[in-house]
Design a protein around this ligand. Structure first.
Ligand SMILES: [Zn+2]
Length: 133
């Protein structure tokens, strides 16, 4: 499971939007991800079924992960730290963070962390080194 999928599985898009003071109702709405209000035409729609926002102008869908990273300005690194602490583990070598492929060495250290052999702050430090290498 990717970080995006994990975050989306833990937090609803509607609740994430409402936590930022943006009211979400079913049906047409302004897209908060581009300058939709300036045009005066509502080009997005919230789908309660799948809990996502579809912007017909951008031809994109948005979920909680996008609300946190784009609208709330939360960094992917911080979400990563939170997710690891929450019990999520990267799906494997193919897991990407900003197009960085995590090394086997790092993944084995994540494994050690899950076994309680490494402290959380150590794995966060490792992660920073991994991404900035
Ligand atoms: Zn949009």
């Amino acid at each position: 499971m990717t970080l995006r999928e994990y975050v989306n599985s833990k937090l609803s898009t509607k609740i994430a939007m409402e936590s930022l003071g943006i009211k979400v109702t079913e049906g047409s709405c302004f897209c908060e991800f581009h300058r939709d209000r300036e045009g005066g035409k509502k080009s997005a729609k919230y789908y309660a079924d799948g809990d996502f926002i579809m912007c017909f102008s951008e031809r994109k869908t948005f979920q909680a992960f996008d609300v946190l990273t784009v609208l709330a300005g939360v960094s992917e690194k911080d979400l990563y730290s939170w997710a690891i602490n929450d019990g999520w583990s990267p799906g494997g070598k193919e897991f990407l963070v900003k197009n960085v492929v995590l090394s086997d060495a790092f993944l084995s250290r994540v494994f050690l962390y899950k076994l309680g052999k490494l402290k959380f702050l150590e794995i966060v430090k490792d992660f920073k080194n991994e991404v900035l290498k």
